[in-house]
Design a binder for this molecule. Structure first.
Ligand code: ATP
Length: 320
């Protein structure tokens, strides 16, 4: 490869900037040219492409969001859109492309690989819902942001002897909820992957714990469970304990990345460029059992991930 393009796609995640920085600087160190593609595949189709130098990525490692912006593109989902995108890459001399995003973005990268553009993907999502890797860029920051917010809600919840239902992000994946549930010592954790909860059981438990002198009751709800406000109303009506829902929302997507996110994002960015330099294409970078690894995109997408049963069981034991 001679020229590497880099883009961020899908939902943003803290640490994406650290990954962009690593891609740019590793490519330059290998004597390659680098082009930043703004607004994901949508920007690629609009030829929103800028040259990147070492200084283009100065002072960004500590920043949340993505300096390249991110977007979703319907046009890119079509065969014509993908043909056009590959053509634009060729026009700009981009023969290697690093895509930072989630599963959907990986599918797009596979479509470009078929069209002769060497592609490598980095897992960038706060949800940790990518099967081929134990770690995704942004999860650590998001889970720490949510944990700190829940600590604060817990303080006021205790003062008012209230039940707090706290909704964290994760429409399809309950990792943030599970990790926060454990880290915040929640009384209950509701995740979509184990949607077996019985509201009456929760109500009975709240009544029993109150009698035993418990001053608060924290339920961490994954976004995919939804209905947090109505759940609070039902719980208050059934238990007589004041109940409030707090939806933490988009603050979980932003903020300065943690050390873990910066270091893994930097290593994955460098690893991705190394793969392209070796002539690899159609790969996803992952972190497995303490090592950086890579997989064929199709293989990676076919892998299944479930919530960690051991952690889930631990959370149940500890929330007595
Ligand atoms: P997140 O998990 O944060 O939402 P994502 O990468 O999965 O990230 P998507 O919206 O699914 O987010 O995908 C981002 C973009 O990737 C889409 O807007 C589209 O342009 C492209 N894309 C998604 N799915 C496909 C597909 N099956 N084939 C080609 N391109 C796709």
């Amino acid at each position: 490869v001679k020229t590497i393009g880099v883009l961020t796609s899908g939902g943003d995640a803290p640490g994406m900037n650290a990954a962009i920085r690593a891609v740019v600087r590793t490519a330059l160190a290998n004597g390659l040219k680098v082009k930043g593609i703004r607004r994901g595949y949508s920007g690629l189709l609009d030829e929103d492409i800028v040259d990147m130098e070492a200084q283009s990525v100065s002072d960004i490692i500590q920043r949340g969001g993505t300096i390249l912006y991110t977007a979703r593109s319907k046009e890119f989902m079509t065969t014509e859109g993908q043909d056009k995108a590959a053509e634009i890459c060729r026009k700009h001399g981009i023969d290697g492309l690093v895509v930072i995003g989630g599963d959907g973005s990986f599918r797009g990268a596979a479509d470009l690989a078929v069209r002769g553009i060497n592609t490598v993907c980095l897992p960038g999502t706060i949800d940790l819902d990518i099967a081929c890797t134990d770690y995704t860029i942004g999860f650590d920051t998001a889970v720490n942001t949510a944990m700190e917010a829940i600590d604060k809600v817990r303080d006021t919840s205790t003062s008012h002897e209230r039940c707090s239902i706290i909704e964290v992000m994760g429409r399809k994946a309950g990792y943030i909820a599970l990790w926060c549930g454990i880290a915040n010592g929640a009384e209950d954790i509701l995740v979509t992957e184990r949607y077996d909860y019985d509201e009456q059981k929760i109500i009975d438990k709240i009544i029993e714990r109150r009698k035993a002198g418990k001053k608060h009751y924290i339920i961490v709800n994954a976004e995919g469970i939804g209905d947090s406000n109505n759940m609070a109303k039902r719980i208050e009506a059934a238990t007589g304990m004041e109940a409030r829902a707090t939806i933490i929302g988009h603050i979980q997507r932003g903020g300065s990345p943690t050390c873990i996110d910066r270091v893994h994002a930097s290593a994955m960015g460098a690893y991705g460029v190394d793969l392209l330099c070796k002539g690899a294409s159609n790969r996803v970078v992952g972190y497995r059992d303490g090592n950086y690894v890579d997989y064929d995109i199709k293989e990676a997408l076919a892998m299944k991930k479930d919530i960690d049963q051991y952690l889930y069981d631990v959370s149940k034991t500890l929330s007595r």
